[in-house]
Design a protein around this ligand. Structure first.
Ligand SMILES: Cc1ncc(COP(=O)(O)O)c(C=O)c1O
Length: 421
C-alpha cells in the first residue's frame, strides 16, 4: 500500500494552493483517512465497481502474440472492459462515494482527452449530482465526441479559452471555480497528481487493479508476475497496476511515457527519464515538470491526448528516482506498430494511451524467457476513440464518410429548423 508522509513522497507532493482551498483539502484528507481505515468502505467501493462497471476485469493471456514474439508469456489486465471503456471510472466511482459522505451536491472536474470528463459525467448522472466539466477550447474541438456524451449525460461542459486552450488551462479554471464554491462543491481530480491528498486518494481507488492482478496471477500463473508494465500520463493507471506489488521486490514495475516524435524539447511528454524534466512547483504540487529555459511549464507532444501532460504523479517521480519504478518511453511510431500488432494478432482494440504500455511491454517481453510472465495494463479500449485513432491513421475513405455524415446531419438540423418556424 502506498502512503505519504504528511502528503509528501520523498521530496515530491505537498499542497501548494491558495489559502481558501486548505479547509476543503483538509476535510477531504480527514474523510479519506477515516474511510481508508474502515474495512467496510473498501467492500462498498468494490461492490459498486462490480455492479456498475463490471469488475473484476479479466487477466487475458496473449497466447498467439507471446509465441510470435518468442519471449515471456504476455498477459493483459483488461481495464478496457470497464463501463465507459477505461480505468478512469474506478477513481471517479470512489470519489462519488466520498462526495455522498461529505453531503455535497455539486462536482467539478477538468478533462483533457475527455475520458475523465466522460467518466465524471457518468458518475454524476448515476449518483444524482450536478456536474461542471472544464475543458480547453482546443481540446473541445479535438475531442468533440466526448463533449457530446457529457452533455447528453446532463453535465455542463465549459470551454476554457485562455492560454494554450488545453488541459493546463482547464485545470487552472477548475481550481478557480473550486476556490469560489468550495462549501458546496467537490473537485473530482482525474489522476494521481495535484495537491495532497489527491495523489494518494486516486492511487488508493485505482489500487483495485493490482489487487485483482495479484489474485488472478496466483490462480492463472500459479505465482506473481515477473514484470508489470503500464503507460504513464498523470500516473493513475500505472500506480493502480503497481501499488499492490511495491513490496514484492522481485516484481519489476515499468512505466512507459510518451516518447512522441523525438527526445527534443516540446516533441515528447517524458518526465521520468534523466535530463528531460526538473523538479518544480505548479498546479498545487511539487513534481518533475517539463520546463522551458525560463522555468515556465514547457510544451508537450504525444499521439495520445491522455499522455500529453507536463507533470507526473509525485508518487511516480519518487518511485522512479528511488529506482523502484523503471521509466521507459515509446515513440509515436512504436505505439502505432504495437496498436496494429495487438489488433491483428489478438483481436483486441487498444486505446492509443494504453498502446504505449504495449510498445514498452512487447519490447521487454522479447528479451525475457518463455517461463517468465509479464502483465501489461490495458488502461482503455480504442473503439471508443475512433475519431482520435482515425486521425492517427489518416484514410481517404474515412474522411469521405465523415463528409457524407456531416451533410446528413446538417440536413436533419435544417429540416428541424423549418418545422419549428
Ligand atoms: C485510456 C487511458 N489510459 C491512460 C491515460 C493516462 O492517464 P493516467 O496516467 O492517469 O492513467 C488516459 C488519460 O486520459 C486514458 O484515457
Amino acid at each position: 500500500m502506498i502512503r505519504s508522509e504528511n502528503g509528501y513522497f520523498g521530496e515530491f507532493g505537498g499542497r501548494y494552493v491558495p489559502e481558501i482551498l486548505l479547509p476543503a483539502l483538509t476535510e477531504l484528507e480527514t474523510m479519506f483517512h477515516e474511510l481508508r481505515d474502515d474495512p467496510t468502505f473498501w467492500q462498498e467501493y468494490v461492490d459498486l465497481c462490480q455492479e456498475f462497471s463490471g469488475r473484476p476485469t479479466p487477466l487475458t493471456p496473449l497466447h498467439r502474440l507471446s509465441k510470435q514474439l518468442g519471449g515471456a508469456q504476455i498477459w493483459l489486465k483488461r481495464e478496457d472492459l470497464n463501463h465507459s471503456g477505461a480505468h478512469k471510472i474506478n477513481n471517479v466511482l470512489g470519489q462519488g462515494l466520498l462526495v455522498k459522505r461529505m453531503g455535497k451536491k455539486r462536482i467539478i472536474a477538468e478533462t483533457g482527452a475527455g475520458q475523465h470528463g466522460l467518466a465524471t459525467a457518468i458518475m454524476a448522472a448515476r449518483m444524482g449530482l450536478q456536474a461542471t466539466i472544464y475543458m480547453g477550447a482546443d481540446d473541445i474541438e479535438r475531442q468533440y465526441s466526448n463533449v457530446f456524451w457529457m452533455r447528453q449525460l446532463g453535465s455542463e461542459v465549459v470551454g476554457v479559452t485562455t492560454g494554450a486552450r488545453t488541459l493546463k488551462e482547464a485545470l487552472d479554471e477548475a481550481l478557480r471555480d473550486w476556490a469560489a464554491s468550495v462549501e458546496t462543491t467537490h473537485y473530482v481530480l482525474g489522476t494521481a497528481c495535484g495537491p495532497a491528498p489527491f495523489p494518494e486518494l486516486v492511487t488508493y481507488f485505482q489500487s483495485v487493479i493490482s489487487q485483482e492482478i495479484r489474485e488472478q496471477a496466483m490462480k492463472q500463473m500459479g505465482r506473481l508476475p515477473d514484470e508489470v508494465v503500464a503507460c504513464v500520463g498523470g500516473g493513475s493507471n500505472a500506480l493502480g497496476a503497481f501499488s499492490a506489488f511495491i513490496d514484492d521486490k522481485d516484481v519489476a514495475l515499468v512505466g512507459v511515457e510518451a516518447g512522441g516524435l523525438s527526445h527534443k524539447k516540446g516533441e515528447h511528454s517524458i518526465r521520468m527519464l534523466p535530463d528531460t524534466a526538473e523538479p518544480g512547483i505548479a498546479q498545487g504540487y511539487k513534481t518533475l515538470f517539463l520546463q522551458d529555459e525560463d522555468g515556465q511549464l514547457g510544451d508537450t507532444h504525444s499521439i495520445a491526448a491522455g499522455l500529453d501532460y507536463v507533470g507526473v504523479s509525485p508518487i511516480l517521480a519518487h518511485l522512479s528516482q528511488t529506482g523502484r519504478v523503471t521509466p521507459e518511453s515509446a515513440t509515436d511510431v512504436e505505439v502505432t506498430e504495437a496498436f496494429s500488432l495487438l489488433m491483428k494478432t489478438e483481436g483486441i482494440i487498444p486505446a492509443l494511451e494504453s498502446s504505449h504500455g504495449l510498445a514498452g511491454g512487447f519490447k521487454r517481453a522479447k528479451s525475457m524467457r518463455p517461463d517468465q510472465h509479464i502483465v501489461i495494463n490495458l488502461s482503455g479500449r480504442g473503439d471508443k476513440d475512433i475519431f482520435n485513432i482515425a486521425r492517427a491513421f489518416p484514410q481517404q475513405e474515412w474522411s469521405e464518410f465523415l463528409m457524407r455524415e456531416a451533410a446528413r446531419c446538417q440536413q436533419l438540423v435544417n429540416d428541424a429548423a423549418k418545422e419549428n418556424n
